[in-house]
Every structure is written in structure tokens, then in C-alpha cells.
Ligand binder design. Structure first.
Ligand SMILES: [Ca+2]
Ligand SMILES: [Ca+2]
Ligand SMILES: [Ca+2]
Length: 297
């Protein structure tokens, strides 16, 4: 699968910069925009006010300028405080090509081939270094079709070799990892015309959230290609020990998607260098100072 994940660029992977850099950049643009709007307004006042008595105008302008300066200073202070309190989120690189993911992240199979046991007792499936349980709203966990007479071809999906995971209810899974990892991936098949769909087809989207010790380090969404052996992998610069996969397209909870093996790796993603927030704050401050100096001239 190459460009199949809706909402992702057509390349095999991309850097999802849901991090402090983008948040900060938009914040800086907002504050600078506010300042520019106030100076533009001031310039307009100056031009249109040329015919007015100079003494009166300059007095008003001084008062306006003082108020605008205070507003700008408050905005700049807010910007600096916001920068200090922005959460530290992981840099995520999301993959839809399994071979690229495995080659770049060094991940290997974490679950190993899944057991063909049918309905999983207690809905807790231990497989290799992962433990799979049901997420909110899901009611039954199956690994393979052993003993499930209703499964067509005695395989949830022939797109993936061996046994696959199926879920009753929404395809919401919680995957606990034995030790923190930096990369994680999984096989997934979304049937549209394939057997074992179970209910009218809905093109399902999912959100994946990575967390460490119960604290989220990042998330992303995907929608797999239909009737194909799809793959989703993520590689981060922050460790995580839990992965939540949540189906977000309602009402699609009567129809099925199937999961195959899980993969993980312990090599950290090295994001390309980006300017630190401190650098941006200095740059914003410098630009503001330059703007003020020019304005005074
Ligand atoms: Ca299979
Ligand atoms: Ca679906
Ligand atoms: Ca789809």
C-alpha cells in the first residue's frame, strides 16, 4: 500500500509536526499580526489626520500609541508564557509502507504470528511482547476463527497470512507493550467486498494515540485502503508503552476490520533539526523591536 491512507500525503511517510514548533509558529504569527494591524491602523489615522490641527492629533496619537504599546507588550508576555507551558509532544513519522517502516525504524514483529484460538477468554490476548485488550465499546476479541462456524473460509481475511484479530463492536483496541518502544506498526484489512464484513460497508477512520505511563505523547489518524493488506506504522522521538486504536467513523460499529501482527522497535526517530522556541521568541522580539524603531522614525 502506498498512498492509500486518506488524510496522509501520498508518500510512504511524513513528519507529523504536531509539536511545539507549529503551535509556537502560529502563536507568533497571531501576535505579530495583532501588532501589524495596530500599526497599520495608526498609519491610516496619521495619513487621514494630516488636515487636523497638529497639536490635537499628536496628543491623541501619543495616547493611542501608549495603549497599543501596552497591548503589544501584554501579547508578547502571553506569547512567552504560552511558550513556557506548551506540552512536549513527540515528533511522529507515520508510514503506510511496511517494508519502508521496518527498514527505517528497525522494528521487528512484536506479537509473532497470532494464535488461531477463536474467541479469546477474558478478552485479553498475550502475544509475544504485546498484550491486546478491548477498547471502549468493543465487546468480544477473536484471534483467528477457531471454533467460529460463521467465519467464511475459516479465516477472517485471506489478505493477511495466518490468523487475524477480529472484534465485536467498534474496532477499538488497547495494546500494552512490555517495555517502552519508539516504533510501532500493525497490519490491518478493511473489507468492502471481502467476506466477513458482517454489516453494510462504512469507510472507517481510526485515531491512534501513543502514551507513556498513561500520558499521551502523540496521536494521528488514518483510513486504510479497502480490500487490501494495509499497514500503518509510526516512529517517534519519544518512547511510549501503550497504543490505543480507536475507530472514529460512526455508525460503523457493526462491520468489521481485521488486524494482523504487531511490530515494534526501540531505536528513536531522529527528527530533522528545527529552531527551538527560544530562537523563535528572540526572532519575534527582534522583529517587533525593528518595527517599533521604524515606526518612531
Ligand atoms: Ca488470515
Ligand atoms: Ca469499515
Ligand atoms: Ca478505507
Amino acid at each position: 500500500m502506498t498512498d492509500s491512507v486518506v488524510g496522509l500525503p501520498p508518500l510512504g511517510n511524513y513528519c507529523n509536526r504536531i509539536n511545539r514548533f507549529r503551535d509556537f509558529a502560529s502563536l507568533a504569527r497571531y501576535v505579530l499580526g495583532k501588532y501589524r494591524a495596530s500599526t497599520d491602523g495608526d498609519a491610516r489615522n496619521t495619513r487621514s489626520g494630516r488636515k487636523v490641527q497638529d497639536g490635537c492629533l499628536s496628543g491623541n496619537r501619543r495616547a493611542e500609541g501608549s495603549n497599543k504599546m501596552k497591548t503589544f507588550q501584554r501579547s508578547l508576555l502571553g506569547l512567552m508564557l504560552a511558550t513556557a507551558s506548551l506540552p512536549s509532544l513527540a515528533d511522529l513519522s507515520v508510514f503506510t509502507e511496511k517494508s519502508t517502516f521496518l527498514a527505517q525504524s528497525g522494528a521487528t514483529s512484536a506479537s509473532g504470528p497470532l494464535a488461531d484460538i477463536g474467541k479469546v477468554a477474558g478478552n485479553i490476548l498475550a502475544a509475544g511482547s504485546v498484550t491486546v485488550t478491548l477498547g471502549s465499546g468493543a465487546t468480544e476479541l477473536f484471534s483467528g476463527t477457531g471454533g467460529v462456524a460463521a467465519a467464511v473460509n475459516q479465516d477472517w481475511t485471506a489478505r493477511l497470512p495466518g490468523a487475524d484479530i477480529a472484534i465485536s463492536g467498534p474496532e477499538n483496541l488497547e495494546i500494552a507493550l512490555m517495555d517502552p518502544v519508539f516504533s510501532f506498526g500493525f497490519d490491518i484489512v478493511e473489507p468492502e467486498f471481502d467476506p466477513n464484513l458482517n454489516a453494510p460497508f462504512v469507510d472507517s477512520s481510526f485515531t491512534v494515540t501513543l502514551s507513556l505511563g498513561g500520558v499521551s505523547v502523540g496521536s494521528f489518524s488514518f483510513n486504510p485502503d479497502n480490500d487490501t493488506a494495509a499497514f500503518v506504522g509510526v516512529w517517534t522521538d519519544s518512547p511510549f508503552d501503550r497504543v490505543s486504536i480507536v475507530e472514529t467513523t460512526a455508525p460503523s460499529f457493526g462491520e468489521n476490520e481485521f488486524f494482523g501482527q504487531f511490530f515494534s522497535g526501540t531505536v528513536a526517530f531522529q527528527p530533522p533539526p528545527i529552531p527551538e522556541p527560544g530562537t523563535w521568541a528572540m526572532l519575534a522580539g527582534g522583529l517587533a523591536l525593528l518595527a517599533m524603531t521604524r515606526r518612531r522614525r
